[in-house]
Design a protein around this ligand. Structure first.
Ligand SMILES: Nc1ncnc2c1ncn2[C@@H]1O[C@H](COP(=O)(O)OP(=O)(O)OP(=O)(O)O)[C@@H](O)[C@H]1O
Ligand SMILES: [Mg+2]
Length: 251
C-alpha cells in the first residue's frame, strides 16, 4: 500500500528480477479548455500484468485511456511504451506497436458480420492468432455469421474485446467492459480477461466500477479522483482507505 501522499506513481509491477516495464505514464496532465481532466498523473505497468483503474464518474479514467491510446493529447507529461516515447502518436500507429483498447460504448462496424468485424480489425495488427481462435476465446464463434447489429449488449462488448485482441496487443486498455452485463456474463468476461493476461501475456489496464468484477482480474489498482491519483496499491487496501471510501460514498 502506497498512499498518494508518499508517492505519485502508481505501479503494477512484477518481481524485480523478471519485471519489464511496458507502460510508463509520466506526469501527464490533460486540459479541455480551462478544465484540467488529468493533473500530473503517473502510472506504471509491467508486461503481462493487470492494473485496475477506478474512480467516480468524471474522475478521468477514460481520458487516461484516451491519452495512452492516442485519442487525446496530453498538455504535459509523456507516455512511454516499451521505453519508447509514444506521446501524441495516432491510434493506428499505436495499434501497430501493440497498444489497443475497448470502448465504454462499443462501436462495431455496422453492416458487417461478427467474423468480418474481427477480420477487418486483425489487419491493423501483427496478429499471430487466427480469427477463429479469437472468436472461440470470446465465445462468439456461434454468432460469427450474424450481423453486428443483431448482437445483445453483452455480445457487442465481447465483439469489441475480440476486435482489440485480433490486433495482437501487448497492452490492452479495457473501459468498463463489465457495465450492463448479467452476473453470469460478468463471470465469463472476467475469465476471458484473466486468460488473455495469464495465458497470452497481455498487459491489462482495466477501468471498472464493479469491484467484484475487478478483483477477479487483478489485485492492483490506481484510484483517480478529480483527475488526480489518490491511491495506488492493492484493491483490498484501497477499500480500507478513508479518502477512497469518501470519494466513492461522499461525505
Ligand atoms: N472531449 C472532452 N471535452 C471536454 N470535457 C471532457 C472531454 N472528455 C472528457 N471531459 C471531461 O473530463 C472529465 C473526465 O472525463 P472522463 O470521461 O475521463 O471520466 P471517467 O472517469 O471515465 O468517467 P465515467 O466513470 O463516467 O466514465 C469529465 O468532467 C468530463 O466531462
Ligand atoms: Mg469513462
Amino acid at each position: 500500500m502506497i498512499p498518494q501522499e508518499q508517492s505519485s506513481t502508481a505501479v503494477a509491477a512484477g518481481p524485480a528480477s523478471t519485471a519489464v516495464r511496458l507502460l510508463e505514464v509520466r506526469s501527464v496532465s490533460v486540459m479541455f479548455g480551462t478544465f484540467m481532466a488529468l493533473d500530473d498523473v503517473s502510472v506504471n505497468l509491467d508486461g503481462g500484468r493487470a492494473l485496475g483503474l477506478v474512480g467516480p464518474n468524471g474522475s478521468g479514467k477514460t481520458t487516461l485511456i484516451n491519452v495512452v491510446t492516442g485519442l487525446v493529447a496530453a498538455k504535459r507529461g509523456k507516455v512511454l511504451f516499451d521505453r519508447e516515447d509514444v506521446s501524441g502518436r495516432a491510434p493506428h500507429r499505436l495499434a501497430h506497436l501493440g497498444i489497443n483498447r475497448t470502448f465504454q460504448i462499443p462501436k462495431p462496424f455496422t453492416g458487417l458480420t461478427v467474423r468480418q468485424n474481427v477480420e477487418v480489425a486483425a489487419r491493423y495488427g501483427k496478429g499471430r492468432r487466427s480469427v477463429e481462435e479469437i472468436l472461440a476465446l470470446t465465445r462468439l464463434d456461434r454468432v460469427g455469421s450474424r450481423s453486428s447489429e443483431e448482437l445483445t449488449a453483452a455480445e457487442q462488448k465481447k465483439l469489441d474485446l475480440a476486435r482489440a485482441l485480433s490486433t495482437a496487443p501487448r497492452l490492452l486498455c479495457v473501459d468498463e467492459l463489465g457495465a450492463g452485463l448479467s452476473v453470469s456474463e460478468l463471470d465469463e468476461v472476467a475469465l476471458m480477461l484473466r486468460d488473455v493476461s495469464e495465458r497470452w501475456g497481455i498487459a491489462l489496464l482495466v477501468v471498472e466500477h464493479l469491484m467484484g468484477f475487478l478483483e477477479r482480474v487483478t489485485e492492483d489498482v490506481v484510484v483517480l479522483n478529480a483527475g488526480q491519483v489518490i491511491f495506488e496499491g492493492s484493491l483490498v487496501d484501497a477499500l480500507r482507505q478513508p479518502n477512497v471510501i469518501q470519494v466513492f460514498l461522499g461525505g
